[in-house]
Design a protein around this ligand. Structure first.
Ligand code: NAG
Ligand code: NAG
Ligand code: NAG
Length: 522
């Protein structure tokens, strides 16, 4: 009894004051906004939390939180990539993947060579952490697991991605759940099914042959020759916390290591700034909110596209509020307002908002759904085309092809979504099911992180599919036995029937000879 009590006290104490380190490398607000509440809440629970991030909270009341800001040089490097302008012209998935991996390799070089990371690597054996949180998207940070020598929990600001499926040995059906970089999400046509299966094969092959050696070489350069292949480390992840729900991602079998926490970035409602509130209150006829998100700036749109949008908006009976980052826009129609910054979540919650025109980033879609606002999706790159297809097929809105749309098409789609009440009704239904949680997403995420701390890892949840040889996973040996048995039975039946036929033939000729042979001689 005393021993049990001691164990409890010791474990509770250990969990109460665990030392946690997090590394979240993607210089994108829409990624970091999913991680922020988790590290904040862990520190509020009394854990000693250190995070290396591109978007620190900088909240002095969080006394148990140390944030190391890698934002300036990471954003500077990321902006050099032509990834963002790629979205503005028609491009192939291959081209986009190449651009993503180039930008990623450059960013990894810049980050890992920075004194912040170099010092951690040099201090090798001096670190004492109980848990390592990492963005489970980019493998150049996984070797820190060996440096911190503790369990690792992965977090994704997206639903499960192809690489996570393979690290975790999880079954993944390319027809039912295509990769998010593809321009379709669900109910695939024959052509799309071929595309998804082919992509799945090529992606795995190119990953193994082309990308993996490059990343391992990069890791050897910064961590030293002894560094383990990143895949081996990735496989040791205790849990992966993912931003998906039954509306923004496809329904699929998930292993217990995958924790869905969609909606974690939704904040309690705050009052709108006075001028914005007045503008929304005054628009009794309804307001359309237009924003292309944090990565794609509206002022990077070519002039002729901006004009197309404005011409279509001018003919609408609604007010349009456009998030536009500069003053570099003229000839605004009377019903269009541009704002450099907008509190998106609170704005979407205003009763006069009728429609959200979005680039279809996952966080924007979740926020729109949460506030029951139908969507017009104009996807550019990354997972946006997948998300746009999902929205359309879910019935929560429509999508528009940026490269080919006309003024009439834009106007017609806007009017259809607003005037045909089925979109609004459908979004209300989708919101009701997507955000009906047994516990809040934040509670769920933090509970699971504490679970890993309590049990010093969650290797016991690891799917066996990861550890058995490929021939066993695909049952090749078992299938071979079945084939041999079938072949044996078939050959036996063949032999028996050949034997029977021979016997019958003999019998027949004897019979023939007995009756007709004789009759002939008669
Ligand atoms: C900081 O952590 C300690 C325990 O380590 C805890 O008692 C305290 O409440 C925490 N403070 C805040 C503001 O989170
Ligand atoms: C990566 O870095 C190289 C060398 O600094 C540069 O030439 C290239 O444009 C960069 N590519 C991307 C996609 O950032
Ligand atoms: C590395 O070790 C030195 C000396 O112990 C210490 O002063 C420094 O804060 C450590 N740095 C990191 C990033 O752990």
């Amino acid at each position: 009894m005393i021993k049990l009590l001691l164990t409890i006290v010791c474990c509770v104490a250990a969990v109460n004051s665990a030392k946690i380190i997090g590394i979240f490398m993607t210089p994108s607000y829409s990624h970091q906004v999913v991680f922020q509440p988790i590290w904040k809440e862990l520190s509020l629970q009394g854990h000693d939390v250190t995070v290396i991030t591109t978007n620190p909270l900088n909240d002095p009341t969080l006394v148990n939180l140390t944030e190391i800001d890698i934002g300036d040089f990471s954003y500077a490097e990321w902006k050099k990539s032509s990834l963002l302008t790629l979205g503005l012209r028609p491009h192939s998935v291959t081209e986009e993947l190449q651009e993503i991996s180039k930008a990623y390799m450059n960013l990894s070089h810049v980050q890992l060579s920075h004194p912040i990371f170099q010092e951690i690597i040099k201090n090798q054996s001096k670190h004492h952490y109980d848990l390592f949180l990492v963005e489970y998207l980019w493998p150049s940070m996984y070797p820190f697991k060996d440096i911190f020598n503790c369990p690792m929990v992965g977090i994704l600001s997206l639903p499960m991605v192809s690489s996570s499926y393979s690290y975790m040995g999880m079954p993944h059906h390319p027809v039912l759940d295509p990769d998010m970089i593809l321009p379709f999400a669900t109910d695939l046509s024959f052509q799309e099914r071929i595309g998804s299966v082919a992509f799945n094969l090529v992606f795995k092959l190119a990953g193994a042959i082309q990308l993996a050696p490059k990343i391992n070489a990069l890791n050897r350069k910064y961590f030293g020759e002894h560094v383990r292949p990143y895949r081996d480390i990735a496989k040791e992840v205790s849990l992966v916390i993912v931003n998906s729900n039954m509306v923004n991602a496809n329904i699929k079998p998930l292993i217990p290591q995958v924790i869905e926490i969609s909606g974690i970035h939704i904040k309690p409602k705050k009052p709108l700034p006075k001028d914005l509130k007045a503008s929304l209150d005054n628009a009794q006829q309804g307001v359309i909110y237009f924003s292309l998100g944090t990565n794609m700036k509206s002022n990077s749109l070519p002039k002729e596209k901006t004009k197309l949008f404005l011409d279509a908006f001018a003919e609408l009976p609604y007010k349009v509020i456009w998030k536009f980052e500069t003053d570099d826009i003229s000839d605004l129609p009377k019903n269009v307002e541009v704002w450099k910054w907008l509190p998106q979540q609170d704005l979407l919650g205003h009763k006069n908002i009728k429609l959200f025109i979005t680039q279809a980033g996952i966080q924007s879609i979740d926020e729109s759904m949460y506030n029951k606002v139908p969507l017009l999706a104009i996807p550019f790159f990354a997972d946006q085309r997948f998300n746009a297809d999902k929205v359309t097929k879910n019935g929560g809105g429509l999508s528009l092809d940026y490269h080919s749309f006309t003024k009439e098409e834009l106007k017609e789609k806007i009017l259809t979504i607003i005037e045909d009440k089925k979109y609004k009704k459908r979004v209300e239904k989708l919101a009701a099911i997507a955000f009906d949680h047994s516990v809040s997403p934040l509670e769920k995420a933090v509970w699971h992180v504490n679970y890993v701390l309590r049990h010093d890892g969650a290797g016991h949840l690891r799917y066996k599919g990861l550890d058995i040889p490929t021939y066993q996973y695909f049952m090749l040996d078992v299938i071979a036995v079945f084939l041999i048995v079938i072949l044996f039975v078939f050959l036996t039946l063949l032999k028996i029937s050949q034997f029977a036929i021979r016997k019958l033939k003999k019998l027949y000729s004897a019979y023939d000879a007995m009756f007709f042979g004789k009759s002939k001689t008669l």
